[in-house]
Design a protein around this ligand. Structure first.
Ligand code: URA
Length: 216
């Protein structure tokens, strides 16, 4: 497998812990949702490390003036949860990026054909050319949904180099498709799994992330 884009799997004990909880078939929906929130939080923390634009300034402490670095408020930040499952990562991502705007994208895949359809699109017609965008998509499986999301974003002026994808489990088919089309993309995931079964589920994976998060 030849992958050009950068896929980061942060070596963090909390990420490993919450992944194990999410993978466990005996984890009830309420705990599964907590695990996803935590994964959203820590993966977003890792992803923002080298991505948030900063500006140098000075602040006055109670004692004296000193140099300081701020997140640049002039560069907008967008978070795009891909419904349904991406919503499970949103609470955690928002604790790290409370000032980000959230744009919902509802994509559903036909379980027989695995084709993806968009049923909700709250993206603006055009994005600010400098916008930093975080896509929340816990399962990168066949790549159908994430490729559609990437197209919707790049068609609206988002630079792929400014996009970070937050995923929980990623599989080679999705990574290969993304790499071929967007070699300068960065992905943060808790794990890369072996592959997919005949129904397009990631193995070992964690099952249907949307069903497990919402108890359906
Ligand atoms: N979507 C899921 O929720 N789980 C998978 O394994 C693949 C796609």
């Amino acid at each position: 497998m030849s992958i050009q884009l950068r896929v980061y799997v942060p070596e963090h004990p909390l990420i490993k812990h919450w992944l194990a909880v999410a993978r466990d078939a005996n984890t009830p929906p309420v705990l599964f949702k907590s695990a996803m929130t935590e994964l959203g939080r820590w993966l977003t923390y890792e992803a923002t490390r080298t991505w948030l634009p900063t500006m140098e300034t000075k602040v006055q402490t109670p004692l004296t003036e000193c140099d300081a670095t701020l997140v640049n408020p002039e560069v907008p930040i967008g978070v795009i949860p891909i419904l349904r499952a991406g919503l499970a990562l949103l609470d955690g991502a928002q604790t790290i990026l409370p000032i980000a705007s959230t744009y919902h994208l509802g994509l559903v895949r036909n379980e027989e054909t695995l084709e993806v359809n968009c049923y909700l699109n709250k993206l603006p017609e055009k994005f600010h050319p400098e916008i930093r965008v975080l896509i929340l998509e816990p399962m990168l499986a066949t790549g159908g949904s994430i490729m559609m999301a990437m197209k919707e974003l790049t068609n609206r002026g988002v630079d792929a180099a400014f996009i970070r994808i937050i995923s929980v489990v990623a599989a080679p088919p999705a990574l290969q498709k993304l790499s071929a089309e967007y070699p300068n993309l960065n992905i943060y995931t808790a794990i890369i799994d072996e592959g997919l079964n005949s129904k397009g589920y990631i193995v070992p994976g964690l099952g249907d992330a949307g069903d497990r998060a919402f108890g359906t």
